[in-house]
Design a protein around this ligand. Structure first.
Ligand code: NAD
Ligand code: LMR
Length: 327
């Protein structure tokens, strides 16, 4: 298993690379960034784990060398938010960064699983899909927007109401997109079931939807979530790798192109959104099956979903437009 981190010298990239270096499933790890990868790779290379590690910069075809032979590419490249910014404010810079990296994936590792972390995820994943389509290399089962941090936050924030010692033991589907109102936690479907008093539900839902702002505010100009994101990105990457190696029964919400995944067409029709995060059963070839949890949403959650669809449609079109009619 060769893993690549693109954006490896950044706030997310470094701890994510550390976790991948320590992961026994990874045989080779390539770190790519426009700066500082030789230092990060040399530092991590002293860790006595299996993965052989190498760092690459743009010079001397570094991106091509990093991506060649990749089985999984995780992309946290791009600028993060500062207080007062929305994720959509990042589009101007990050859209081009993601487009360039995906063009190179299409050329150098068209069969790799591609996990996009760079914001705005609601638009960068449609950008990635369009770039891959243009190159004739789009496999919807292998392109994922990473929304695991929203799931991790839902698990964590509900703990005060469950009393569960290990918050990760409560499974909560968080669906939709990855920004504000497009993030929809379905607490009514928590397993084991959680009873949330009505007067606490609004605050809890809001905290999951705007958890990113909490970190941006606390970091006060020094960026957004990095360590919790590295944990979440690693958790998702590990599940993709385990499924690729044949482990079955792995399900995790992730933002995918629904019409390309079994069971996804009906969800795309119901939501009006081709790109959407739902629990996805992972298999050897990636997204094996989309699980439709919409029908089980309660009235409160259905209202949240209506707001989600509205916001998400515009974000998706913006990403597609960026590739089809470049500015
Ligand atoms: P950062 O600025 O600390 O790191 C970004 C890295 O990307 C830098 O090292 C930079 O040199 C590198 N980079 C820039 N252009 C590049 C290119 N063309 N190729 C390769 N590398 C390039 O930022 P961060 O805090 O690590 O955040 C990265 C992105 O992840 C942001 O867009 C942020 O909004 C997003 N993010 C997403 C989630 C999520 O849940 N999906 C969570 C947190 C952050
Ligand atoms: C998050 O949810 O923490 C990330 O998307 C980063 C951000 O901008 O909030």
């Amino acid at each position: 298993m060769k893993a690549v981190v693109a954006g490896a010298a950044g706030g997310i990239g470094q701890p994510l690379s550390l976790l991948l270096k320590a992961c026994p499933l990874v045989d080779k790890l390539a770190l790519y960034d426009v700066v500082n990868t030789p230092g990060v790779a040399t530092d991590l290379s002293h860790i006595s784990s299996i993965a052989q590690i190498e760092g690459f910069l743009p010079a001397d075809d570094g991106l091509k060398k990093a991506l060649t032979g990749a089985d999984i590419v995780v992309i946290p490249a791009g600028i993060p938010r500062k207080p007062g910014m929305t994720r959509d404010d990042l589009f101007k810079i990050n859209a081009g960064i993601v487009k360039g990296l995906i063009e190179s994936c299409a050329e150098n590792c068209p069969d790799a699983f591609i996990l996009v972390i760079s914001n705005p995820v609601n638009s960068t994943v449609p950008i990635a899909a369009e770039v891959l389509k243009k190159a004739g290399k789009f496999n919807p089962k292998k392109l994922f927007g990473v929304t695991t941090l929203d799931v991790v936050r839902a698990e964590t924030f509900v703990q005060s109401l469950t009393g569960e010692k290990d918050p990760s033991k409560t499974v909560i589907p968080v669906i939709g997109g990855h920004s504000g109102e497009t993030i929809v936690p379905l607490f009514s479907q928590a397993k084991p079931a959680v009873k949330i008093p009505q007067d606490k539900l609004d605050a809890l839902t809001n905290r999951v939807q705007f958890g990113g702002d909490e970190v941006v505010k606390a970091k006060d100009g020094a960026g957004s979530a990095t360590l919790s994101m590295a944990y979440a990105g690693y958790r998702f990457a590990e599940k993709v790798m385990k499924a690729a190696k044949g482990e079955t029964g792995i399900v995790e919400p992730t933002f995918v192109y629904l019409p390309g995944v079994e069971g996804g067409d009906a969800i795309a029709k119901e939501t009006g959104c081709d790109f959407f995060s739902v629990p996805i059963e992972l298999g050897k070839d990636g997204a094996q099956k989309a699980i439709n949890v919409l029908g089980d949403a309660n009235e409160y959650e259905k209202k949240l979903l209506q707001a989600c669809y509205e916001g998400l449609k515009g974000n998706i079109s913006k990403g597609i437009e960026f590739v089809q009619n470049p500015p």
